[in-house]
Design a protein around this ligand. Structure first.
Ligand code: 6CS
Length: 279
């Protein structure tokens, strides 16, 4: 039983499920209006997502999700911290109602969920030792030097970048979370940690053991928006209608500026285009 959720809500949401999944049947927006909130998967990786100590969920993606859902009659969102590689299974099993985590669009993910139009288009960088002694600036540099070991999160977009570039498993080191990545770097277990540029820059503000490279030129653009269960196409269309107007307004610009993103980067880019990313 879903602990912490009123039985009536739990039963109302899980009376029937979508074929092949454990996700509650019926409109996710109607479910959100009934229960007054939606359960959202996040990782807690500022500036994309952040879980405050009191449990409040924030960050660029959840803040946009909350604002758009409020215009659709859903008062709030409740965060659930989930690993990136477990987010889609959690959505399909009904553990969460939506993903708003900066789960970057790529072919395999777009085949499994219903993404909204993008909110964020961002970049990837390497965390490297001060002075970047191995001059790790591109994926090609990693390919050209088999001795280089790169830390990545399990099932993350960055692991997919290395796999798509044919970087051998011997050069890919899986770390559980962002702190483990920079710890592996500081301990010399890896030569670099591959993660979104703004996530690394945020960590570098308080951790001086590493530097952050400029955005990696031969890494694909990283675009993300909220992701709903695959069958929720009607609700995603309704969400996109509100989102399109919201992205033109001041509140969206303020949210993006607060978290350090370029509000214009996502304008004119479509989920269809971002879903062409390999992996
Ligand atoms: O989409 C992903 O898998 C990646 N997204 C973010 C925001 N951080 C790392 C993760 O691998």
């Amino acid at each position: 039983m879903a602990v912490g959720i009123p039985l009536a809500d739990w039963l109302s949401g899980c009376t029937f499920t979508e074929p092949g999944t454990g996700a509650p049947k019926g409109s996710v927006l109607d479910r959100g209006r009934r229960q007054g909130y939606l359960r959202v998967a996040v990782f807690n990786e500022p500036p994309y997502t952040k879980l405050e100590v009191d449990g409040t969920v924030t960050g660029a993606e959840p803040d946009v999700l909350r604002a758009v859902l409020q215009q659709l009659g859903i008062g709030d969102i409740r965060g659930a911290r989930i690993e990136y590689d477990a987010m889609i299974p959690a959505l399909k099993s009904g553990q969460v109602d939506v993903i708003a985590a900066g789960l970057f669009m790529k072919q395999s993910r777009c085949a499994e969920v219903a993404y909204t139009e993008p909110v964020i288009v961002s970049t990837e960088s390497f965390a490297v030792p001060p002075g970047n002694p191995q001059n790790i600036t591109t994926i090609q540099v990693v390919l050209d030097n088999p001795a280089l070991k790169i830390a990545v999160l399990p099932g993350g977009f960055e692991e997919g970048i290395l796999i798509a570039a044919n970087v051998p498993q011997s050069q890919r080191v899986i770390v559980r979370d962002n702190v483990s990545g920079v710890e592996a770097l500081a301990a010399g277990r890896v030569n670099a940690f591959l993660l979104p540029t703004l996530s690394l820059r945020g960590m570098a503000e308080v951790n001086k053991s590493f530097e952050v490279t400029d955005p990696i030129e031969d890494a694909p653009a990283t675009g993300s928006g909220a992701a709903f269960e695959k069958s929720q196409t009607d609700d995603v269309a309704k969400y996109n209608q509100v989102l399109a107007e919201f992205k033109e307004g001041q509140e969206f610009a303020d949210i993006m500026q607060k978290w350090g993103f370029d509000a214009d980067a996502a304008l004119g880019v479509t989920a269809e285009e971002l879903c062409k990313a390999e992996g």
